[in-house]
Design a protein around this ligand. Structure first.
Ligand SMILES: C[S@@+](CC[C@H](N)C(=O)[O-])C[C@H]1O[C@@H](n2cnc3c(N)ncnc32)[C@H](O)[C@@H]1O
Length: 282
């Protein structure tokens, strides 16, 4: 296809107001996962993981919460990335295993964190040899996952009777603030998951009523002239919606817990926790 035709298709897709699954971030792809690992470990980027001091604060907060609720010490971190939470939970006396679909992230976790078991798998296909006191779904994975019902049901399978699920989801106010910035232009000299070369990106955001998605679409042009499109789809979960999802899929006693870091609206901290207890099947 002539280059101007390719470019025309890309531009048309960029301006389209329809969510496009074919542009979703390929988390499980070998090459993409290597770029994403760099992002996870970059202490100045929030695209993959938060910086370690913030993760430390969260782990201490959750440790306190688990102690108050009398919750046991075996954890499964779903979408664990390179295992940054597992490492810190282990340090605080937990046994935290992790599962992630990203090959490079799991390889890094296996090499660097000795006391955990790591599984490279889509959570929907995970076959673990034990059950956990808690399944953790952190940093908004529930907001972003394609099939939330399947995530919740799969997470449930790996929880002991009377164990818990902890979902860290975007605060609805944070969700609205993302939508209020409908176009952004940014650039990076450093490698990001969009390209290893210096690149510029235009981000467009819109809400698609039909699917209930906030679509975050990026058009990326790097210094080799390569042009790519990537997008993420986010669903907002307030307590009512999360409660419906959890109660319909084997959980009870749903409660929302504000993290201590949510005083102001900033990207790093504006999430809250939704916690629920596993209900025996009726
Ligand atoms: C925003 S990152 C957060 C990583 C980690 N929780 C952290 O905060 O450091 C989301 C992670 O979920 C993983 N993921 C996405 N879909 C998944 C799935 N279906 N099963 C397992 N992991 C998945 C991605 O590969 C990615 O590592």
């Amino acid at each position: 296809m002539p280059p101007h035709f390719v470019m025309k298709n890309i531009i048309n897709k960029f301006f389209s107001e329809k969510a496009d699954d074919s542009l979703l971030l390929p988390w499980g792809d070998e090459e993409f996962s290597k770029l994403m690992l760099v992002e996870h470990l970059n202490q100045n980027s929030l695209s993959g993981s938060r910086a370690k001091p913030f993760i430390q604060k969260q782990v201490l907060f959750l440790d306190d919460l688990f102690k108050k609720l009398g919750i046991g010490r075996s954890l499964l971190d779903i979408g664990c990335g390179p295992g940054l939470y597992c490492e810190l939970f282990n340090y605080h006396g937990y046994c935290c295993d992790g599962v992630d679909i990203s090959p490079a992230a799991i390889e890094y976790a296996k090499e660097n964190i000795r006391d955990s078991q790591f599984f490279c798998s889509n959570i929907e296909d995970l076959e673990a040899n034990k059950k956990y006191d808690v399944s953790l779904v952190l940093f908004g994975l529930l907001n972003e996952i394609k099939n939330p019902v399947s995530l919740i049901r799969s997470a449930r399978q790996h929880i002991k009777d009377n164990g818990y699920i902890v979902l860290e989801v975007m605060h609805p106010k944070f969700f609205s603030s993302l939508l209020s910035e409908s176009t952004l232009v940014s650039g990076s000299e450093e490698p990001t998951y969009f390209s290893v070369l210096p690149h510029v990106r235009i981000t467009k955001r819109f809400f698609e009523e039909e699917s209930d998605y906030l679509v975050n679409r990026n058009l990326v042009v790097d210094d080799s002239g390569t042009v790519k499109l990537y997008e993420s789809h986010f669903t907002c979960y307030d307590l009512e919606k999360a409660t419906r999802l959890l109660e319909n899929n084997g959980f009870t006693d749903v409660q929302c817990i504000q993290s201590p870091q949510t005083g102001e609206l900033d990207y790093e901290s504006y999430y809250h926790y939704i916690i629920a207890k596993k209900r025996p099947l009726d």
